[in-house]
Design a protein around this ligand. Structure first.
Ligand code: SF4
Ligand code: SF4
Length: 248
């Protein structure tokens, strides 16, 4: 069976789109079964006839809402791809400034030529069938989602924290090194890349479904972080999760 797929980028750096081109070792196998028919970064074709739509990026502009809805109508399966599409990503930090402030900062006296609206994840406007997490996404996970969709099964995406992967890698916890870490509340799947390099997790893969927030905040407080510093860590990649759940 061959499926037709489109990769669409909204407000993003398009890094997650590019990751889909980096699966060299599995590319031929995937390309044999997936025909990309609309993918600005990779091909000239712009067909509207596709089965799967991969969405990269947050929604931050009026015209993006309509485009996203049209894509949803055409695709049988829609996959939100990366922190921006799933959580609003780093773009959500705009929400912590006065309306219009960032527009003026970036575009100066040309700000009036651009429209902007509150940053929202894709799921705010359309039904999302599957999510690929991370900033950027993990290419092994992209292959897993594509393979699962082709086989008609649910993709195997972890719902346990990064700490589990640290243990599997026999890492010394970065808290033991005096650093702070979002790993206890963050969805695993990256192989604990940051703690494995002695850097605390920033939470780019978003939170597990039931994060132990109170316990995590208590540990961060114990380690000397102020309320402000803790909130800044939570907001970095999870601001929208916070606003949706009235936390942080
Ligand atoms: S380094 Fe972070 S992710 Fe790893 S075990 Fe410690 S708290 Fe968990
Ligand atoms: S360790 Fe955390 S910040 Fe680093 S890639 Fe994994 S989820 Fe993202």
């Amino acid at each position: 069976m061959t499926v037709r797929a489109g990769v669409f980028a909204f407000t993003s750096c398009e890094g997650c789109s590019l990751i889909t081109l980096e699966v060299e070792d599995r590319l031929l196998e995937i390309l044999g079964r997936v025909e990309f028919v609309n993918f600005r970064e990779a091909i000239d074709d712009k067909s509207d006839d596709y089965d799967i739509a991969f969405i990269d990026g947050a929604i931050t502009r009026e015209h993006e809402v309509g485009e996203l809805m049209k894509i949803r109508e055409r695709a049988a399966i829609l996959v939100a791809m990366g922190a921006c599409a799933v959580q609003g990503g780093l773009y959500f930090l705009k929400e912590y400034h006065e309306p219009g402030e960032t527009l003026a900062y970036v575009y100066g006296d040309k700000a009036g030529q651009f429209d902007t609206m509150p940053v929202r994840p894709v799921s705010q406007y359309v039904k999302v069938d599957h999510s690929l997490y991370g900033c950027p996404i993990d290419k092994r996970e992209f292959v897993e989602v594509v393979t699962a969709l082709l086989s008609g099964r649910r993709p195997n995406i972890p719902d346990y924290p990064v700490c589990n992967e640290c243990r599997m890698s026999e890492n010394i916890c970065v808290f033991e090194r005096g650093l702070a870490c979002m790993g206890p509340v963050t969805r695993a799947g990256c192989g604990a890349i940051c703690p494995s390099r002695h850097v605390g997790c920033f939470g780019c893969r978003g939170m597990v479904d039931k994060p132990a927030l109170d316990q995590h905040r208590a540990v961060l407080t114990e380690r000397g972080l102020t309320e402000e510093e803790i909130t800044a860590r939570y907001r970095m990649f999870n601001g929208h999760w916070g606003s949706a759940h009235e936390k942080p």
